[in-house]
Design a protein around this ligand. Structure first.
Ligand code: S3P
Length: 167
């Protein structure tokens, strides 16, 4: 079984992922953590020092490496499915699960919680909400291609895990 969690920043991919892996007896990978291990730098440092394009190439490389393995849960980064043909590769090689939240829910989850997220670290209040709205709209084309969509906004982590298990 190969499972990839996808979704916007702050959608809980890195919280649900390890729990799902333990429950299912699968290995766990966090794509950002794998990139950090590889470079020796935080994602923020990599994006600021080398640029986003460099980061996206590395992200694709690591994604392919992990998808070639077996028996895992993978938490992707919020942008992973939205570059190159990543979403098709994810869908071909794993069961993709989209943790879906609306703009307001994401804003509530992300506000005061942006420091380690280089794309939104400089934003707060209304500009942050506006950014999320526009960005989510652009990215939804990719997220909506997931095989399973979980409307996670009103669910506890346990309920999300149950929905995934039921599926
Ligand atoms: C990004 C999301 C981040 C990280 C990078 C870019 C994005 O991961 O990969 O900062 O483009 O949405 P999280 O979704 O875990 O915050």
């Amino acid at each position: 079984m190969k499972i990839s969690l996808i979704g916007y920043m702050g959608s809980g991919k890195s919280t649900i992922g390890p729990e799902l892996a333990v429950l299912s007896g699968l290995d766990y990978y966090d794509l950002d953590a794998e990139i950090e291990k590889h470079t020796g730098y935080t994602i923020t440092e990599t994006i600021f020092n080398k640029g986003e394009l460099y980061f996206r190439k590395l992200e694709r490389e690591k994604l392919h490496e992990i998808l070639a393995k077996d028996n895992f849960v993978l938490s992707t980064g919020g942008g992973t499915p939205c570059y190159y043909d990543n979403i098709d590769v994810i869908n071909k090689n794993s069961l993709s699960i989209y943790l879906q939240y609306n703009v307001k829910e994401l804003f509530e989850r992300l506000k005061g919680n942006t420091a380690e997220r280089p794309l939104i670290a400089h934003l707060e209040g209304e500009p942050l909400q506006e950014y999320i709205g526009k960005h989510l709209f652009e990215r939804s084309t990719y997220y909506d291609k997931a095989t399973v969509v979980i409307k996670a906004g009103k669910l506890s982590n346990l309920e999300i895990l149950k929905e995934i298990k039921n599926y």
